[in-house]
Design a protein around this ligand. Structure first.
Ligand code: SF4
Length: 135
């Protein structure tokens, strides 16, 4: 079973209440090959919620609240699912793999991983970013 970011299959769990629907990834769920999960919701965050970015060791939202606890909790819940492969939404502070936003809310991308992606990688789980999946 593959884990996929829930917003990629059309679930409105994105910070702004929208989604990032991708038909090919949706079909994986429809065929019973993948399960959708949103780490930010699993960590207890509401939807919609303020945009957040990883800043150093923390996650800070646009209202300057520290939401590191919720992001970490969500990542741990995802890890407990015991999956071995994941397709995760690019650039997200939870799901992003390889590139994420800088932490300054200036639309700049920097090298790095979202909190969930980082924890999964550290535990040997294979991650394909949604951008790579498209390619
Ligand atoms: Fe999508 Fe992941 Fe953000 Fe949830 S945490 S909205 S699944 S990118």
């Amino acid at each position: 079973m593959i884990l996929v970011s829930a917003c990629l299959v059309g679930i409105n769990c994105k910070y702004n209440g929208g989604n990032n629907y991708n038909e090919k990834i949706f079909n994986l769920v429809k065929e019973g090959k993948a399960i959708p999960v949103c780490p930010e919701q699993l960590g207890g965050l509401k939807t919609p919620r303020p945009a957040s970015e990883v800043k150093g060791e923390k996650v800070i939202n646009k209202e300057n609240d520290d939401v590191t606890y919720e992001y970490t909790k969500g990542a741990e819940e995802v890890l407990e699912l015991g999956i071995k492969k994941a397709i995760l939404k690019s650039k997200s502070p939870s799901c992003g793999c390889g590139k994420i936003y800088s932490g300054n809310f200036d639309k700049t991308l920097v090298d790095g991983n979202g909190i969930t992606a980082e924890l999964l990688l550290k535990n040997g789980i294979e991650i394909v970013s949604s951008d790579e999946f498209e390619d």
